[in-house]
Ligand binder design. Structure first.
Ligand SMILES: CC/C=C\C/C=C\CCC/C=C/CC(=O)SCCNC(=O)CCNC(=O)[C@H](O)C(C)(C)COP(=O)(O)OP(=O)(O)OC[C@H]1O[C@@H](n2cnc3c(N)ncnc32)[C@H](O)[C@@H]1OP(=O)(O)O
Length: 243
């Protein structure tokens, strides 16, 4: 699957809806046992959640958006398929979350790229299921530091902490992901799928049982004046940086 939402693959409501529907079709296709997730945009895997979906929007619209973010995470994290992230660009916040739901992460070895959960840098807080996905990936202490600082890691740093599994030159990323997929698909599906579910079920069940309160929590948090102000400042910083 190639992410195509120019310019930076930000995760808008429409894009998330289309993504989930495409993933569901693959999940139901018995001939599809694995997916390589990559970006069709230069330099960026995904810029994370579309900030415009969280800025100046009605509570109803924010709720609809958050349900779509939950759906994307649930579909990816609980997929029966082998999902390999071929991270061919920067992957902050929601982009990092998306990468962490995959079974294996291969990143392009380019020091200009970065990956991490940088929410606190925007004045917002990564919800419990973002946090738990990271704990499940890199452990508790590393997550505590990463989340409080809103740390973005270079590919080498990400490899050091286990946030990605392998670095390769960018032009070898798909070939390496394909070789890796062959290795993963050599394991009998049922045994691998049960093992994956055993590892991830507690985190998935937790969000499933708290979906509505999590939406309420998001809507009441994101629509608060100081949070809207922080997002507005961050957006203008992004635009200014460009000029
Ligand atoms: C107790 C609390 C309880 C509950 C709280 C609940 C929830 C709160 C948490 C919500 C979680 C949020 C997770 C997120 O994903 S937030 C999004 C974070 N993303 C970022 O910080 C990335 C920002 N972008 C960048 O750093 C760069 O754009 C990037 C490195 C990705 C690419 O750089 P490049 O130089 O190639 O491009 P730019 O010129 O910067 O960008 C091009 C245009 O795209 C716009 N842009 C970039 N990112 C976003 C985005 N995420 N959303 C919307 N728009 C984005 C950028 O402004 C440029 O626009 P124009 O100037 O061309 O108009």
């Amino acid at each position: 699957m190639t992410l195509q939402n120019p310019p930076v693959n930000s995760l808008s409501l429409d894009f998330l809806t289309e993504f989930c529907s495409a993933l569901e079709k693959l999940e139901m296709d018995k001939s599809c046992r694995g997916v390589i997730l990559t970006s069709g945009q230069p330099k960026v895997f995904s810029a994370g959640l579309d900030i415009m979906e969280m800025y100046g929007k009605s509570p109803e619209r924010c709720g609809e958006f958050w349900r779509a973010v939950q759906e994307m995470w649930l579909k990816l994290y609980s997929s029966n398929m082998v999902i390999i992230a071929a991270i061919n660009g920067s992957s902050p916040a929601g982009g990092c979350l998306m990468s962490m739901t995959c079974d294996y992460r291969i990143m392009a070895d380019n020091p200009r790229y970065s990956i991490g959960l940088n929410e606190t840098q925007l004045g917002i807080v990564a919800p419990f299921w973002f946090k738990e996905t990271m704990v499940n990936t890199v452990g508790h202490r590393t997550t505590e530091i990463a989340l409080q600082l809103g740390q973005l890691y270079s590919p080498t740093e990400a490899l050091d902490i286990g946030l990605v599994d392998k670095l390769v030159p960018e032009d070898q990323i798909i070939a390496t992901a394909t070789q890796t997929m062959t290795k993963w698909l050599a394991v009998p599906d049922h045994a691998r799928q049960i093992t994956k579910s055993m590892m991830r079920k507690p985190t998935i069940d937790k969000l499933m049982s708290k979906r509505e309160p999590d939406i309420q929590n998001f809507v009441s948090f994101i629509t608060k004046d100081p949070i809207q102000k922080s997002l507005g400042l961050y957006l203008s910083m992004l635009k200014k940086r460009k000029s």
